[in-house]
Design a protein around this ligand. Structure first.
Ligand SMILES: NC(=O)c1ccc[n+]([C@@H]2O[C@H](COP(=O)([O-])OP(=O)(O)OC[C@H]3O[C@@H](n4cnc5c(N)ncnc54)[C@H](OP(=O)(O)O)[C@@H]3O)[C@@H](O)[C@H]2O)c1
Length: 364
């Protein structure tokens, strides 16, 4: 690899690192970082996008400039925008700055930009190079890209099971399968998500809080999906001071008289069937790039079947729950042949005290 290529990779990696500083805060926007070099290749500014409504990475880098950018270059992990959103188009700022070269890692999947930002730069006589560190950039913004392409939120299913593959006793008791360290870790990685979804039965049985315990402000949106609306009068999710909650219900089966049990501060959305894809679409429309499914086996199986889940996080605890009728995570899948079974990919394993955490991808 030439010295020049090494240097391009170095600056793009710096832009990607800066972008990652907005990891838990940019949604519905992408994670973007920008680096500006002067005409001699010296670093003169950096920036990253922190939150929707706040300056884009490029704009922040321009406001941090230590000297004139004329004749210089910019490294940015996502195509600069060319539309007026909450903030002005970044391409205009780049063009008027006199920057001569722009290195972009990946094209923006947002239809308002997608290729048009690059074209505007080229039309202004700026040299544009696309594709440095493409894999890392795709990975960093995979939820944003997924939502833009599919109009559904990127779904991660998380569950905890015993060493004998049980997620709870027959009577529904499941507290606690994993150790304290694993549970604290779950609170921390909830912060990466825009919403957390459960089904009505998990609400009735576990009465969870579904918060990061203050690690993220505002807390992720809490979502309950129900076919019956037979939800309790008192529930931790009804405390809207902790976090926002939304109940999504299937109006073809629900008893709407039960709506009276739900406090006014909770949002309601009616859907026409029990297809979990409808939740994914509603949440995508609300700007949720990445959502965590923390439901039990019935809703999890249904969500997997309707392509709402792209990654799976499994906690395995060295405990035996036993029992023929104890709950198992995907009991509703009844595969008959080995070529029908679901194969997960890219698994990464870590030890959390004496529990094991496995993160895998699921390609539909
Ligand atoms: N170990 C773990 O990781 C873990 C995680 C979560 C839950 N759990 C356990 O799992 C049990 C609950 O399991 P569950 O499977 O009944 O989970 P769930 O998360 O409550 O999902 C099922 C409920 O979701 C609603 N729903 C809406 N659309 C659906 C659809 N298309 N398919 C299925 N359900 C739909 C229904 O609510 P309505 O009945 O209100 O209509 C249904 O009863 C609890 O005992 C809980 O402790 C364990």
């Amino acid at each position: 690899m030439s010295e020049k290529n090494v240097s391009h990779i170095k600056w793009m990696k710096r832009a990607i690192f800066l972008a990652s500083l907005g990891k838990n805060t940019t949604s519905p926007n992408p994670r973007v970082g920008a680096v500006i070099l002067d005409k001699n290749g010296n670093l003169i500014s950096e920036g990253f996008h922190f939150k929707a409504g706040m300056p884009h990475a490029e704009a922040m880098a321009f406001s941090n400039l230590k000297k004139d950018a004329k004749g210089g270059s910019m490294y940015v992990n996502l195509e600069p925008c060319c539309h007026q959103g909450k903030t002005p188009p970044c391409v205009d700022k780049i063009i008027s700055s006199g920057i001569r070269k722009v290195y972009i890692s990946i094209q923006d999947p947002d239809k308002r930009v997608s290729g048009k930002g690059i074209q505007r730069l080229k039309d202004a006589g700026i040299k544009v190079h696309l594709g440095i560190c493409k894999k890392e950039s795709l990975d960093l913004n995979k939820s944003f890209i997924h939502r833009n392409i599919t109009e559904k939120s990127f779904g991660v299913f998380k569950w905890a099971m015993s060493i004998d593959g049980r997620i709870g006793l027959r009577n529904g008791k499941s507290k606690w399968i994993t150790n304290e360290e694993s549970r604290a870790l779950v609170h921390a990685f909830r912060a990466e998500f825009d919403a957390i979804i459960i089904g009505g039965n998990t609400l009735r049985k576990d009465n969870p809080f579904l918060t990061t315990r203050g690690l993220k402000t505002p807390e992720p949106l809490r979502v309950v999906f129900t076919k019956t609306l037979d939800l309790p009068l008192k529930a931790n999710l009804w405390d809207c001071n902790k976090a926002k909650t939304i109940v999504i219900y299937d109006s073809s089966t629900a008893n709407e008289n039960y709506l009276a049990r739900i406090p006014k501060c909770v949002d309601l959305e009616k859907v026409s069937s029990d297809n979990p894809e409808l939740i994914s679409k509603i949440l995508a429309k609300r700007g949720c790039n990445k959502v965590l499914w923390e439901c039990g086996p019935k809703l999890a199986t249904s969500a997997m079947r309707s392509n709402c889940i792209q990654e799976i996080i499994t906690f395995i605890a060295p405990k035996i729950l036993g029992g023929e009728y104890s709950m198992n995570p995907f009991g509703d899948f009844e595969f008959k042949e080995m070529n029908e079974i679901i194969k997960l990919t890219d698994s990464k394993f870590s030890l959390i005290g004496n529990d094991i955490c496995v993160k895998s991808s699921f390609q539909n």
